[in-house]
Design a protein around this ligand. Structure first.
Ligand SMILES: [Zn+2]
Ligand SMILES: [Zn+2]
Length: 366
């Protein structure tokens, strides 16, 4: 039972909760996460995530992303030097759709125009963002920003993301990401739009900048520089999830100036290096940017940020979002504070550039 002020507020009361099953609120999605510390000790008989080792190659003739190679639809990639963007040959969205809708009682549907693009981050097949130099990662940041600006002229929502590693469904190890743009506001975007708008209306401040102020120098910080903060969010769902937030009010990637693009490249390398160093393997994750929608309205409630959702609990176990998660709410075993402590330790020891494909986590081509 808390007995003094320090126990009633701040980190000490979180510590009191840590040993007990408790729920944490995610203010961005306005939903709860169940935290059950201590369960990581339980015996595990499930799937092992040790990937097969494969020798990395700089150019793979069978890779549809390498320069000069032919893709499945017959197109030939240019002999690109650094980055390369093309429309996905098997896009989930397409621009040329008629404006059809269906609305009958509870059954509602509507056609969704959009486009899906692929961005190759580098010419070399065997690199990852974490292995790349700062100027090369900066070039990727520029492509993200340029693509966002261009697609934002036609679509309301521009989703920049990367699936890395077979564990996240990336079948090709070539360093690449995706951009999907669409007319509608997707579910997560609509939730964050509503929560950020309501927060600004209620407090006169940006939700995520208040989070930055509250977390800076706190127990959940993983890395920081003048322009960016990386924390394991208090409400993290995935074991080693992190949130990367711009420290100054920023709506979108194209709004970043030169300095903040450079410092973003630096902190991306730092965080991804820590991920790789955490279990000494090429760390799988899904990451992506959330930025203000493009529509004719005031978007000042939006703050630019990126989410990183990695599935691994340790080198051989992954988190599955199954029964309780699908039916009730997300549950995690490792506290955000413990995850942050381990990631900070990995930041401290991470070499500037890990040998690529140490474990071949993403070796298979299909
Ligand atoms: Zn390749
Ligand atoms: Zn978000």
């Amino acid at each position: 039972m808390p007995t003094d002020d320090a126990d009633r507020q701040g980190t000490r009361s979180v510590e009191a909760l840590e040993a007990l099953p408790h729920r944490r609120h995610d203010p961005l999605l306005d939903q709860w996460v169940l935290v059950s510390a201590g369960r990581t000790q339980r015996p595990w008989l499930g799937r092992r995530e040790r990937p097969a080792a494969t020798a990395p190659v700089e150019h793979d003739p069978a890779c549809y992303l390498c320069p000069g190679n032919r893709r499945a639809n017959g197109a030939v990639n240019p002999d690109y030097e650094s980055t390369f963007v093309f429309t996905n040959d098997f896009s989930a969205l397409r621009p040329d759709v008629p404006p059809l809708a269906f609305d009958e009682g509870l059954l509602r549907a509507e056609v969704e125009p959009g486009t899906c693009r692929v961005i190759c981050f580098a010419r070399r097949h065997d690199l990852t963002l974490a292995d790349m130099t700062e100027p090369d990662v900066r070039r990727v940041v520029d492509v993200w920003a340029d693509q966002t600006a261009e697609l934002g002229e036609r679509y309301q929502w521009v989703q920049v993301f990367e699936n890395r590693g077979e564990a996240m469904g990336a079948s090709n190890p070539h360093p690449h990401g995706q951009i999907w743009a669409g007319a509608a506001l997707p579910n997560a975007a609509a939730r964050e739009d509503a929560t950020q708008r309501a927060y600004l209306a209620a407090h006169g401040r940006l939700l995520l900048l208040d989070a930055v102020a509250q977390e800076t120098a706190g127990p959940r910080v993983v890395a920081a520089n003048d322009d960016w903060l990386v924390v394991v969010p208090f409400w993290a769902a995935w074991p080693f999830e992190v949130l990367l937030v711009a420290r100054a009010p920023t709506r979108r990637l194209p709004d970043l100036d030169d300095r903040r693009r450079d410092s973003l490249a630096a902190i991306l390398i730092e965080v991804l290096g820590a991920y790789d160093g955490l279990f000494d393997l090429s760390f799988p994750y899904s990451m992506g940017w959330h930025q203000a929608p493009f529509r004719n309205g005031d978007e000042s409630h939006w703050q630019l940020h990126a989410h990183f959702f990695p599935p691994l609990l340790d080198a051989e176990k992954r988190k599955f979002m199954v029964g309780y998660e699908l039916l009730a709410e997300t549950q995690r075993d490792l506290t955000a504070e413990e995850a942050a402590e381990r990631l900070r330790a990995a930041v401290a020891v991470a070499p500037p550039s890990l040998e690529p494909a140490l474990d071949g986590a993403v070796a298979a081509l299909d």
